[in-house]
Design a protein around this ligand. Structure first.
Ligand code: SAT
Ligand code: MN
Length: 659
């Protein structure tokens, strides 16, 4: 039985991948169809087409209706709802979630809601995230002794077909399938990419409206030639299967987040949360994005983008890669502690960048339309701009609630009385009130410091790229690469303490090249090569590359650097360095690991820090560090490691000997 069901879906899903073929064999079946924008009941495509009359008609190109047809044929939803992205639709969906106890209104704020997920569905699941290509080597480098989960997980096309066949047939029974047309990047920009996500989760539909440009505007720009990414998502909990329905439907045992970069498809099953289900974000903008970027000579990166204006009015843009939950949102929205300085936000998580032939600069756009930020630790002190956005039009997930209709999380400020924890139980004051990976999902337009060019289809010119992570030991506050290859080495050798953004337990220091370890859509060795290749380009203004670490601790376990608004001091030094060529200057000097600031050339007005400890380079630490990095490269990349990266490692190891 299962076999038959599986085979049927195999064929259907196969057709999803090759619409050329579908078009030829089903020419008559797929006559151009006009979809009517639907209300909540939606329209029922299978088996009888019941079209609810609406005043607004949109003609959807055939290759797109084919995808919707195929998705509905396989998943068998009770209704189909084509999302128009309107406010009315958003409100209707939210009301539906409230009726179904999937969302709770937060009357203390304006248009804010709280959702609590199943405790088994709280973060990205890297162990069940796979990339499927014909050749394994297109995804997995030739490591000599690959560490499990160290780089992308590959699955063969045959195995994936089987896995999908066990999951998707009938998975939406009894549910509505929402069809979400979305654009990553401004609608119509040549840098943007279109996706169509079919999902049975209203939570995903409303979140996608916040995080992407979604709805009618996208449908209107589609034509017969529009490439789009096919995104199919199900919570994996059909209503007609007689199993007890959970308030937050999911299927943790069967979760699988799969990507087929060669046919631009994402198929995600079993999880309703975050990067597992909002498929425009990590799946499209990073995994498929990096794959496309490699082919098309651009970069899709896990980076925030910000503008810095100094007291003289000079403005520069910077992009920075840190792993998930390491403070990208805080840096992107920083309130500088130094007078006269201004930070403006372009994006907090993802940057799509390409060299602009006219300016020669690397231009970056933020493909997203909102922030899916970590709530714990966000406060009026640490990120007043985030606090200014999240109390209107925001969907909170897994934070705690207060009895006056507000929210609470660790590090938000004073502990209120009468808190309900993220499980929905009275808080005992000891366990976590909010889940460490609890989030706010809020539109970018709410942020008071959005940069005036944040939606510029040309992007903003990047002068510096920062790499960083949580490094309690050994790694100084800031250092600068000697040249492009050294900078690429610094990205490749990034490490950071694990956070709650994925399933990793404990505070282990993980290797995380370019903060892209969970997000690279192709062979990491080729990805390093791709970065190196920009160093060979003519007529380009390469950004300078830096490494930063706000998290170094002293022997008592206290942070050596105040961080947050004081990080402007580091940005000030970086901004000055983007105008200097020589590694040695009034403000900079050489070190074993890169160019570091001179104490006299760094703004320490009105703060007290232990400069020597902050910049101390310990020979033993750096010997171990570079050995670990060398082993990581051999184990996981083997002969796919570009020789230039090995050369940089050797150069640093030689310099360290002299420490
Ligand atoms: O869940 S997300 O992938 O969106 C958050 C993150 O890991 O950065
Ligand atoms: Mn992220």
């Amino acid at each position: 039985m299962l076999r038959t069901g599986g085979n049927r879906v195999l064929r259907c899903l196969h057709r999803l991948t090759s619409h050329q073929h579908t078009f030829q064999t089903n020419k008559n079946m797929f006559a151009q169809r006009i979809y009517h924008l639907s209300t909540l009941q939606g329209l029922n495509v299978q088996p009888n087409i019941q079209i609810k009359q609406q005043p607004d008609l949109v003609t959807v190109p055939k290759h797109i209706t084919q995808f919707i047809d195929e998705a509905s044929r396989v998943c068998k939803p009770a209704n189909i709802h084509i999302c128009d992205g309107s406010e009315t639709e958003y409100n209707n969906l939210i009301n539906l979630m409230v009726q179904q106890n999937m969302a709770v209104p937060l009357p203390k704020y304006q248009n804010c809601y709280l959702t609590r997920t199943d405790p088994l569905d709280v973060a990205r699941v890297e162990s069940r995230t796979v990339i499927s290509t014909r050749n394994k080597h297109d995804v997995v480098p030739n490591g000599l002794n690959p560490h499990k989960g160290a780089l992308a997980n590959w699955m063969s096309p045959e195995e994936l077909e089987n896995q999908l066949g066990e999951r998707f047939p009938g998975c939406m029974e009894g549910r509505t399938m929402y069809v979400i047309p979305f654009s990553m990047g401004p609608v119509g920009s040549s840098l943007s990419k279109i996706g169509i996500q079919c999902t049975d989760s209203p939570y995903v539909a409303v979140s996608m409206r916040i995080m992407t440009r979604m709805g009618l505007d996208v449908l209107k720009v589609l034509n017969e030639d529009t490439d789009f990414v096919k995104c199919l998502h199900s919570v994996g909990s059909p209503i007609n299967n007689n199993k007890q329905q959970r308030l937050w439907p999911c299927n943790p045992e069967k979760t699988l987040i799969s990507h087929r970069p060669e046919s631009s498809e994402i198929l995600s099953y079993g999880s309703g949360y975050g990067g597992n289900s909002l498929l425009g974000k990590k799946c499209l903008a990073l995994r498929l994005g990096s794959y496309m970027a490699h082919k098309e000579s651009w970069l899709a990166e896990h980076m925030l983008i910000l503008g810095i204006t100094n007291p003289e009015g000079v403005k520069k843009y910077v992009a920075a890669a840190f792993p998930s939950a390491c403070g990208k949102t805080n840096l992107a929205m920083m309130t500088p502690s130094l007078p006269g300085w201004k930070i403006e936000c372009v994006g907090d998580d993802i940057a799509w960048m390409r060299f602009n032939p006219e300016t020669g600069y690397l231009h970056a756009i933020n493909p997203e339309n909102g922030f899916f930020g970590v709530a714990p630790g966000t406060s009026k002190n640490t990120n007043p701009n985030a606090m200014a956005c999240v109390f209107k039009d925001t969907l909170f997930t897994n934070v705690a609630a207060t009895n006056d209709g507000g929210v609470y999380w660790e590090g938000m400020g004073e502990k209120p009385e009468g808190v309900t924890d993220w499980h929905g139980n009275p808080w005992d004051g000891k366990s976590n009130a909010a889940h460490p990976n609890s989030r706010f999902c809020t539109p970018a337009r709410n942020c008071p410091i959005m940069d005036e060019r944040w939606e510029d289809p040309e992007g903003v010119p990047i002068s510096a790229i920062l790499f960083g992570g949580r490094r309690p030991q050994g790694v100084p506050l800031v250092y600068e690469a000697y040249d492009w290859d050294h900078g690429v080495y610094i990205g490749a050798s990034m490490r950071s303490e694990a956070t709650a953004a994925a399933e990793h337990q404990g505070k282990v220091i993980m290797h995380d090249p370019f903060a892209m370890r969970p997000f690279v859509g192709y062979n990491m060795g080729q990805y390093f090569d791709h970065w190196l290749s920009f160093g060979q380009m003519n007529n380009v203004k390469l950004p300078k590359i830096f490494h930063v670490n706000w998290f170094r601790k002293n022997s008592n376990g206290s942070f050596l650097w105040p961080g947050f608004g004081d990080n402007i001091r580091v940005l000030e030094w970086i901004m000055k360095r983007t105008d200097e060529i020589s590694p040695e200057s009034e403000i900079a000097k050489k070190s074993a690991i890169g160019v570091i600031p001179k104490e006299s050339g760094f703004n320490l007005d009105n703060i007290n820090v232990d400069w020597n400890e902050l910049f101390n380079l310990d020979k033993k630490f750096w010997e171990n560090e570079t050995n670990d990095i060398g082993n990581y490269f051999s184990d996981n990349l083997g002969n796919d490691l570009p020789p230039q990266i090995r050369k940089q490692l050797n150069l640093i190891q030689k310099r360290i000997l002299k420490l």
